[in-house]
Design a protein around this ligand. Structure first.
Ligand SMILES: C[S@@+](CC[C@H](N)C(=O)[O-])C[C@H]1O[C@@H](n2cnc3c(N)ncnc32)[C@H](O)[C@@H]1O
Length: 260
C-alpha cells in the first residue's frame, strides 16, 4: 500500500515543504512555468497548497488557480492557507488526476509535483491532463527517482533495508526515467528536462531530509521485518551524525506543451 496522507502525514509533508530546500524547488517550478498575469492554472495533487498560493500571487487578480487532491487532510490544509491580497482566487477540489472535473481546454497551465509517482495509470493521467489544457498550454511535472538517493549512515545494511521498504510508498519510485516517453506518447511536446538536487550536509531538522526522517520512520515501521526499535535506531543515528551527515536526492522536472 502506498503512503496514505492522513492528518499526521499531511502535517509532516507540510512541515518539510516549508524548508528552504523545497521553497527553492517551488521557485524553480514557478520560474520554469513563467506564469503570466491573468492565466488560469491547475495544480494536480496540490497537497498542502503552498505552490497553488504562490501561483495565485504570480497570476494576480485576473487569473485563477484550481487545486485538486484525493486526500481530505491535504485539502483541509490547503483550504486553510491565507491568500495574499492581490492574488488570484484559489479553489481546492476533491478529484483524482484520472478524472478531473473540468471542461476541455479550460487551463493555460497544469502542474503536478510529486504526484504522478503515486498514480497507477500514467497514460490515463497524462491524457486527462492534456484534455484540460488549451492548445499551446504548458505542463510541468516533477517527480523523484529514488535510485538517485545517497544517504550516509553508520549502518549501511540497515539504511539499505529501510530505503527498500520506503520504495513501497510509491506506485513507481523510478517514474522520471520513463516520463519523457510517456509525455510524448500522450501527445505533449517536451521542451525541457532537468534535475534539481536536494542536498543536505550536516544534520538539521529544518531541512528536507531532516523532515523526511519521521515520515519514513512512520511508513516503514512494521513493514519488511523492520521493528520500531530498529527504525528508531536508524533515525537516531542520522540525527547524531552531526557534520558527517550527508543526504542527496534528485528531483526530475519536465516542462512540456500541448501542440497548437
Ligand atoms: C508528496 S504530496 C505533493 C503535494 C504537492 N504537489 C506539493 O508538491 O507540494 C503528494 C500529493 O499527491 C496526492 N495524490 C496522490 N495520488 C493522487 C491522485 N491519483 N490524484 C490526485 N492527487 C493525488 C496526495 O494526496 C498528496 O497530497
Amino acid at each position: 500500500m502506498t503512503l496514505h496522507f492522513d492528518e499526521a502525514a499531511a502535517r509532516r509533508v507540510e512541515t518539510s515543504y516549508l524548508t528552504s530546500d523545497v521553497v527553492e524547488q517551488r521557485r524553480q517550478v514557478l520560474a520554469a512555468l513563467a506564469v503570466q498575469a491573468g492565466e488560469s492554472v491547475l495544480d494536480i495533487g496540490s497537497g498542502p497548497g503552498l505552490l497553488a498560493v504562490e501561483m495565485a500571487v504570480a497570476v494576480g487578480p485576473a487569473g485563477r488557480v484550481v487545486g485538486t487532491d484525493i486526500s481530505d487532510s491535504m485539502l483541509s490544509l490547503a483550504a486553510a492557507r491565507s491568500i495574499p491580497a492581490g492574488a488570484a482566487p484559489v479553489s481546492f477540489h476533491h478529484a483524482g488526476v484520472d478524472h478531473l472535473p473540468f471542461p476541455d481546454v479550460g487551463f493555460d497551465v497544469a502542474v503536478s509535483t510529486q504526484v504522478l509517482e503515486y498514480v497507477e495509470d500514467i497514460p490515463a493521467a497524462l491524457t486527462e491532463m492534456r484534455r484540460v489544457v488549451r492548445p499551446g498550454g504548458r505542463v510541468l511535472i516533477l517527480d523523484t527517482d529514488w535510485d538517485s538517493i545517497v544517504w550516509h549512515s553508520s549502518n549501511a545494511a540497515r539504511m539499505k533495508r529501510v530505503l527498500a521498504v520506503w520504495d513501497e510508498h510509491l506506485v513507481d519510485p523510478h517514474l522520471p526515467r520513463t516520463l519523457a516517453g510517456s509525455l510524448s506518447r500522450a501527445g505533449f511536446l517536451v521542451d525541457r528536462a532537468w534535475t534539481l538536487p536536494l542536498f543536505n550536509t550536516g544534520y538539521a531538522e529544518d531541512t528536507y531530509s531532516g523532515g523526511l526522517i519521521p515520515t519514513i520512520a512512520a511508513f516503514v515501521t512494521g513493514r519488511g521485518g523492520l521493528s520500531a526499535v530498529e527504525v528508531e535506531a536508524w533515525a537516531a543515528d542520522l540525527r547524531t551524525l552531526g557534520p558527517a551527515y550527508f543526504f542527496s536526492l534528485n528531483r526530475y522536472l519536465f516542462l512540456a506543451r500541448t501542440p497548437g
